[in-house]
Unconditional design. Structure first.
Length: 117
């Protein structure tokens, strides 16, 4: 389910940036690319969440999440890496908590995490 994809991507982002400072992140192409990819995954998953569920949780900025994905994918060469850093260390963890609460409230079955995910 797309909600679990969001949680897993946010977990990956947390692992990628663990122990890093913003300047390290901005200077590390590998980590930047990995984080941007996972943020795009979050945006794609958010785009696929049903309208009914989105309307049930208006406090989650669904359109902004999808919009960030669109910018990240289509404007790669003009990405503001400091905004990506903020999304990685502030927005993604908060979103993860919100989505985990939805998963729990809706009794979404937990799936096995596949290696490499």
């Amino acid at each position: 389910m797309y909600l679990l994809d969001i949680v897993q991507a946010a977990d990956s982002i947390a692992q990628f940036v663990a122990g890093m400072e913003e300047e390290q992140f901005v200077g590390d192409d590998l980590v930047r690319s990995a984080v941007l990819h996972k943020l795009a995954v979050i945006g794609e998953a958010a785009a696929r969440v049903s309208s009914e569920l989105k309307h049930s949780y208006p406090g989650i900025p669904w359109a902004d999440i999808v919009g960030f994905r669109n910018i990240a994918v289509h404007a790669y060469f003009s990405v503001d890496w400091r905004l990506v850093w903020n999304a990685a260390v502030s927005d993604a963890p908060m979103l993860k908590c919100d989505i985990e609460a939805i998963v729990k409230a809706r009794h979404v079955p937990q799936m096995q995490v596949k290696p490499g995910r």
